[in-house]
Design a protein around this ligand. Structure first.
Ligand SMILES: NC(=O)c1ccc[n+]([C@@H]2O[C@H](COP(=O)([O-])OP(=O)(O)OC[C@H]3O[C@@H](n4cnc5c(N)ncnc54)[C@H](OP(=O)(O)O)[C@@H]3O)[C@@H](O)[C@H]2O)c1
Length: 327
């Protein structure tokens, strides 16, 4: 096999630096299955890894990227044959301690590889990927905790993000009145096209700073933590439910006990970082009733050569939707 291109992250003098490099198979971490990459996702944490902004990658040098799909080019495992369409997504190693998705060829242990099927193809399996799965799990949690469309409005923070865009699409499809909370006023039309009935700014979640403010939201799905999560909790309706899955605005937040003991507000945490093989009903529903109606609107196709610049824009907050690298 000839040499091929990868993005490799190095640690140099205490700084993380990524570079596009020419490499060969022998330089990749070992594994039974070699995949010719077709699509890879750009999650928030991938952008942090590529730009060196975050502590995502734990070994250096290493190729980042945690979701890829493609065609099996070689397999020493009896589970896979050359030509199979497969995906590798998530888990504690891939793109973190073992060379990951941002490479024209990927080499991994067979147990990380999953056949693509069940209503998905090599594009949709990664275009939906971790973002749509997280959205689906959060939506399922909201409903499992008692929310129905007749109870009132649902606020969605991080609205233009990869996960937030899918959350809006899914909730609107299920008949909920979605209020998109976004720091990008210029994206209001996009958010309405996804299904939001109203679009408000990040500072408009709560009308004031009191521990309990006017009851506005029957439900909320929060991508950002920090002050917006506190604002949501103070303005939830009685028995309201907040599902929190992200930290784009901060890892900590301050609140009071009053939303919980006076309004019986429920705060539900969501961890959806499951490899494909461990994903349950929410993953199947992505091929069925939770299939996003606006996948093409949400996805930004990124050429491999444009990935570093795209990641810079994600970190600067200048992107809406979900980036998908096309090899
Ligand atoms: N728990 C899990 O299993 C799980 C799974 C996947 C992702 N996540 C986390 O979920 C979050 C969203 O992921 P993503 O891939 O959707 O990221 P993303 O595409 O970068 O979207 C994040 C969105 O958050 C908003 N935002 C960014 N900076 C902000 C700030 N300082 N204050 C308030 N809002 C801000 C922006 O939306 P607006 O401009 O529209 O406001 C941005 O588009 C991340 O924290 C990620 O790590 C968690």
């Amino acid at each position: 096999m000839k040499s091929f291109k990868v993005i490799r992250l190095h640690s140099e003098d205490g700084h993380r630096v990524s570079r596009v490099e020419e490499t060969c198979l022998d330089d990749l971490d070992p594994g039974d299955v070699v995949i010719r990459s077709q699509f890879a996702a750009v999650n928030y944490k991938d952008a942090r890894a590529v730009t060196g902004a975050g502590n995502v990658v734990k070994r250096f040098p290493c190729i980042p990227g945690v979701e890829v799909s493609g065609i099996v080019a070689a397999s020493k495992s009896s589970k896979f044959r050359e030509g199979d369409v497969v995906t590798v997504q998530g888990g504690p190693e891939f793109g973190i301690r073992h060379d990951g998705a941002y490479a024209q060829y990927v080499r991994v242990p067979a147990e990380w590889v999953h056949p693509v099927g069940g209503g998905f193809d090599s594009f949709s399996v990664v275009a939906l990927g971790l973002a749509a799965y997280t959205a689906a799990v959060a939506v399922e949690e909201l409903i499992a905790h008692g929310l129905t469309p007749d109870k009132g409005k649902v606020a969605v923070t991080g609205a233009t993000g990869g996960c937030g865009s899918f959350v809006i699409d899914m909730l609107a499809g299920l008949g909920f009145h979605v209020v998109a909370v976004s720091g990008k006023p210029e994206a209001a039309d996009y958010l309405r096209e996804l299904g939001a009935k109203d679009v408000i700014g990040r500072d408009a979640i709560a009308p004031g700073a009191k521990p309990l403010e006017t009851q506005l939201w029957a439900g909320a799905i929060d991508a950002v933590g920090g002050k917006p999560l506190d604002d949501l909790l103070r303005t939830m309706k009685k028995r309201g439910v907040v599902c929190a899955y992200g930290n784009a605005a901060g890892e900590t937040f301050t609140t009071s006990i009053y939303p919980f003991i006076l309004r019986s507000v429920q705060l539900v945490g969501v961890n959806a970082n499951h490899p494909v093989g461990l994903r349950g009903g929410a993953w199947q529903r992505l091929a069925g009733d939770l299939r996003p109606r606006n996948l093409d609107r949400i996805v930004n196709r990124v050429p491999f050569a444009g990935l570093p610049a795209y990641c810079e824009r994600v970190i600067a907050g200048g992107i809406r939707g979900r980036g998908i690298v096309q090899f």
